[in-house]
Design a protein around this ligand. Structure first.
Ligand SMILES: Cc1ncc(COP(=O)(O)O)c(C=O)c1O
Length: 436
């Protein structure tokens, strides 16, 4: 059986004194001690990364299964991205004027993602979502946005509704309440968000039909490698939006990594607007939103709506992003998928052999091991699980040299091999069967 949380925490803190000290001293100048809220404390401070490895300040090496929240398909510092960034650094970094890096990456995105005819760049996925929602409201003249309970779309106020609401405030399963994730979000914002349950077509039909005159768009997070949602459900939502005159926004900020043409390619849907981020910047801060020309053309200046920003479309991001995307070819995706399949199968075998109830949810190259034997179809299924076990596995795997936070949204990357996966599985089996 896995060691207790107390034992693992003690072993972790004792063996990583520099990380623990840096976290303590950071509290003097940063609320909470640092910038990342990772769900474990003290956090690991990373000083360097290479290929599929992270190196912390206490001298330990970890296989990186998180890849900057699913960003890095090619692992750390791929040559093409490094060369592109080096060239820019030597050429002035940022110009505050149109630059020659814009059109090539825009063309690449339009060719790669079939629903996107025109695209605009931002500095984060959050900003991409913010602009896409405003565009949908401007285009339709309607005030409300519908999202799914448990769906994550970044940190703009509109998006921070019903991500992980307390169940006693969340309302019924079929018609969830809109619950602000944090204090400070205006009631007007909350009133303009309609929340729907994943995997319940009947409820979605009812909610969208009842509110069709007011809903500008549905925004959809596919919860890749996290919830079990059949493609039929997504196709139902898209068809319903078309039928009711509601725009459909596919949030591919994370899920562009599951397939060369994004999740929409896997599911066979044609969104009106798509939001992007992460992979599209090759490790630099980025967001983008794109879609059909007749909608995107509103952003041209004449449509009464625009987007901009000091760093939007800056050369470093665009050059790194294009290099990253060009190197992330369909062949690379095949490699990631083959490793993902090996990892999924191996995880199921290890949990079965170790007699631990777990459900591995998997989309090509992202996967989560949920500590339950039951299906994971929506947010309310997720909140029931054993958090203590997740935490113990995370700490146990850190100690074994694997950065795989709570075994949630683990990703494969190009530098990994079958041996990397097999080493992870052997470590997990050891952690699951360790004596106190
Ligand atoms: C689906 C989705 N949308 C939007 C965002 C926000 O992106 P960013 O963190 O770049 O603001 C994220 C971030 O994880 C995401 O997963």
């Amino acid at each position: 059986m896995v060691k207790s949380a107390e034992t693992l925490e003690r072993l972790f803190v004792e063996s990583r004194p520099k990380s623990a000290a840096l976290f303590e001293s950071g509290k003097d100048v940063m609320p909470g001690g640092g910038m990342k809220s990772l769900g474990y404390s003290p956090p690991l401070y990373i000083e360097r990364a290479e290929d599929c490895y992270l190196y912390d300040i206490d001298g330990y090496r970890y296989v990186d299964w998180i890849n900057n929240a699913c960003t890095l398909v090619l692992g750390h510092s791929p040559t093409g991205v490094v060369n592109a960034l080096t060239d820019i650094v030597q050429n002035g970094i940022v110009f505050g004027a149109p630059n020659t890096y814009e059109k090539p990456i825009a063309e690449h995105i339009c060719q790669r993602i079939s629903s996107i005819e025109k695209v605009r760049f931002t500095n984060s996925g959050t900003e991409a979502v913010m602009n896409a929602l405003r565009l949908a409201r401007a285009y339709t003249g309607k005030p409300k946005i519908a999202k799914f309970e448990g769906g994550f779309h970044g940190t703009t106020d509109d998006a921070e509704i019903s991500i992980a609401p307390p169940l006693d405030e969340a309302g019924s399963d079929e018609a969830p309440n809109a619950v602000a994730e944090y204090k400070g979000i205006n009631q007007g914002t909350i009133d303009n968000i309609v929340v729907m349950p994943y995997n319940d077509s009947e409820a979605v039909d009812l909610i969208l039909t009842e509110n069709q005159e007011e809903i500008a768009a549905v925004i959809y997070d596919p919860k890749s490698g996290n919830y079990e949602i059949p493609h039929e459900f997504l196709r139902f939502v898209v068809d319903k939006c078309k039928e009711l005159g509601i725009l459909f926004i596919m949030d591919e900020v994370k899920s562009l990594r599951v397939s060369y043409g994004g999740f929409q390619e896997l599911a066979g849907v044609d969104p009106d607007i798509t939001t992007l981020g992460k992979l599209v910047g090759g490790g630099m801060p980025v967001g983008a939103f794109g879609g059909k020309s007749h909608i995107m053309d509103m952003m041209s200046g004449a449509g009464g709506i625009s987007s901009g920003g000091t760093y939007s479309g800056n050369p470093m991001t665009l050059a790194a992003g294009l290099a990253h995307m060009e190197e992330a070819t369909p062949e690379v995706y095949e490699h990631l998928k083959a490793l993902g399949e090996r990892l999924r199968q191996g995880l199921e075998d290890v949990f079965t052999r170790s007699n631990v109830a777990a459900r591995v949810v998997y989309t090509e190259n992202i996967m989560s091991a949920h500590m339950t034997a039951d299906p994971v179809r929506n947010y309310r299924d997720i909140v029931k699980f054993d958090r203590d076990m997740r935490r113990r596995l995370m700490l146990g795997m850190f100690l074994e040299g694997h950065y795989a936070r709570e075994l949630q949204e683990m990703t494969t990357s190009a530098p990994m091999t079958n041996e990397t996966v097999d080493d992870f599985l052997a470590s997990l089996e050891k952690v699951l069967n360790d004596k106190e």
